[in-house]
Design a protein around this ligand. Structure first.
Ligand code: CAA
Length: 391
């Protein structure tokens, strides 16, 4: 039975901070960001946008194209959870009005959890071909002001329907995986912002890729030549080039800079504008490849590398299906990116790094910043209250 990604759509926030504005404020040459790390803008989530509203915004258009009552499980992967106990997928289930015969769970392992959710969803469908699973990877990347990671913030949610006979990508059996208990990036429960050992995290990412790739080749018998395109976890888009250089070295392949650019650029386009979206970034990169590739991808094998700090990683593959172009949300993806409103540095600090009054007392009324169909309206008696606005 063929199982895989039937539809994919992503959502981001309505605001951004340009790295030109950021560079000017910090007195840094903007090319450090445009060229050095490959980022132009960071999507900034206002206080009334969280991973639940981003996930709802990502999933709603998919549900309009399938029988929404047939969704049998919602697997929401995030490291920006809003509650230590209640799963964000329960809030989402309510906001989207899904059928009550449904399982709900939130998954966490840094930026890896989206890939874990995808594997779990495949398992459900293989066990019962009637399953239709909504997988969502959603995150808001937030680092301390003036930390090394500040320029790599961002946010996004990627929603996917996983089912038999998928219209976009058939996922193939077999993958490579690797784990190691390291402290490269983490966020203790009492912190709003992540801590990172920046340069070390990049080294651990690349080492994990090499080990994962070796495991993949042993497990599947496939090599570099069998794969047509590569999508990587993108904490910043330049990471794809670092990663692909490391992978080609292990695989004993030589690529010119132009060949490397042509191969990677379609998958990097959106993340360059959004910034890091942690567990969503790999899947936003995949959507970017489908939307922006310069050739017909039908029959092409895509390699996807997921890396979650801490750390665990996985490399898996899928084959693009005939007619996939008829089921993309390319226009909507581009529209969202183009219609975000710019923030100046002071507005960014106010929206992103200022705690709403009354948060720790569990009583907050949030001003309306979020222009999308779903927003966090208030927190009352420690309960989050969401609203759905009709179009
Ligand atoms: N023009 C062109 N290039 C320039 C430049 C200029 N004016 N100034 C600097 N650069 C280049 C540098 O040469 C460097 O290039 P290389 O990496 O190829 O050497 C690049 O810009 C970055 O410069 P620095 O190394 O000086 O930058 P930095 O010290 O500010 O740190 C970083 C970079 C460590 C990645 C930092 O952005 C960071 O901490 N990011 C957060 C952590 C992260 O994303 N880690 C990735 C792996 S972990 C992971 O993937 C999980 C996750 O999502 C977090």
């Amino acid at each position: 039975m063929n199982v895989g990604i039937d539809l994919i759509h992503f959502a981001t926030s309505d605001y951004y901070l340009g790295l030109d504005t950021f560079a000017e404020e910090k007195g840094i040459d903007v090319n450090k960001f445009y060229v050095g790390i490959g980022q132009e803008r960071m999507s900034i989530a206002p206080p009334d946008e969280d991973i639940v509203t981003l996930s709802a915004k990502a999933a709603a258009p998919l549900l309009d194209q399938i029988e929404r009552d047939k969704i049998t499980a919602v697997l929401l992967a995030t490291e920006s959870g809003v509650d230590q106990s209640k799963s964000a997928s329960a809030y989402l289930h309510g906001l989207l009005g899904l059928h009550k015969n449904c399982r709900l769970i939130e998954l966490k392992h840094a930026c890896y959890a989206g890939a874990a959710a995808l594997q779990m969803a495949q398992g459900l469908v293989h066990a019962n071909p009637n399953e239709k699973v909504l997988v969502i990877a959603a995150d808001i990347a937030k680092y301390d002001v003036d930390s090394s990671g500040e320029a790599t913030q961002g946010c996004g949610a990627a929603a996917m329907i996983i089912k038999k006979d998928p219209r976009l990508l058939v996922l193939e059996p077999g993958s490579g995986f690797y784990a190691d208990d390291v402290m490269d990036f983490w966020r203790p429960n009492y912190r709003e912002t992540a801590l990172v050992d920046g340069k070390y995290s990049t080294k651990v990412y690349l080492n994990s890729l090499k080990e994962t790739w070796k495991h993949f080749t042993i497990n599947t018998g496939r090599g570099y030549e069998d794969i047509d395109y590569f999508c990587y976890h993108l904490p910043f888009t330049k990471m794809a080039e670092k990663a692909h250089k490391a992978l080609t070295k292990v695989a004993g392949v030589s690529l010119s800079d132009e060949e490397m650019k042509a191969l990677l650029a379609p998958g990097q386009a959106y993340n360059r504008q959004l910034g890091n979206s942690y567990t969503a970034s790999l899947f936003i990169g995949f959507a970017s490849l489908l939307d922006n590739a310069s050739e017909d991808l039908t029959g092409k094998r895509i390699g996807l590398f997921s890396y979650g700090s801490g750390c665990v990683s996985e490399f898996f593959t899928g084959v693009v299906q005939p007619g996939y172009q008829d089921h993309l949300f390319s226009d909507d993806h581009r529209w969202q990116i183009e219609h975000r409103a710019p923030l100046n540095y002071a507005e960014y600090l106010q929206l992103y790094h200022t705690q709403p009054e009354g948060l720790y007392e569990g009583q907050v009324v949030l001003p309306e910043y979020n222009r999308g169909p779903f927003r966090l309206k208030a927190i009352k008696d420690h309960k989050r209250l969401y609203e759905r606005r009709e179009a």
